[in-house]
Design a protein around this ligand. Sequence first.
Ligand SMILES: [Zn+2]
Length: 256
Amino acid sequence: MNYRIRPLLLGEAEVPNVLDIFWSLSTDRGRSSVPILAFLLIAPDGEAIVVDCGMRDPQRAIDVHRLGPHSCSPEQSLPAQLRLHGVRPEDVNTLILTHLHYDHCGNCAQLPNARIIVQRTELMAAAAPMGPAALPIGGKSLFYDRADVAELVDPLWDRVVLIEGDHMPLPGIDCVLYDHTHTPGHQCVYVRTEKGVAAIVGDIARKVDLNITQAIPPGIYYDLEKMRRALADISRRADLVLPTHDWDTLERGRIG
Ligand SMILES: [Zn+2]
């Protein structure tokens, strides 16, 4: 069974380029505007699945996470982006979250009928993050938003499906846990398509050439050995790698 994939553009963020490179060992001190993407998967029978769902509020990225400028135009809202593909928010049955950073899980409540699939390890890490409060960027929350966690553990709790390890939520879709990579419970979503297996890698890879082809890990990770093994495994399994924050993904990720 092959799925069609449609990237959804849910906002933009200005970030330092050193995030792309292991330990920030880069001579590039520039900043770039990157997309905040999510993905709509459409099954042959029309069933709609969404992977990740963007940020709750661009201003919180600045106020809470102490990051650079973020934006989300009305056309970049989750409902507006789904509408481009003829899908209503209430039609989405399944939402899979790669991880719980603020730019990946801020709009779960906008999909009123979706079960929400997340690794249990990730929800635990998000609820009690280990960020040093004195950090000028990220701070105590370390890019997890208390508002997102509060929503998942209370009003949305009955729809949350906690998984532990690898899991196939639907035929042709595989969630694979790569723990302690970009986050403690980060998962990749492998999707069968007419172009082979597409890997929705969240933030384990930021750039295909740099992080996958050249095998240089990106800047943020918990365990370097696990990160390197994850990148190698993704490279082995996937015919096509789709990072969240790469403009190339908008075109390459449109499959079927
Ligand atoms: Zn991200």
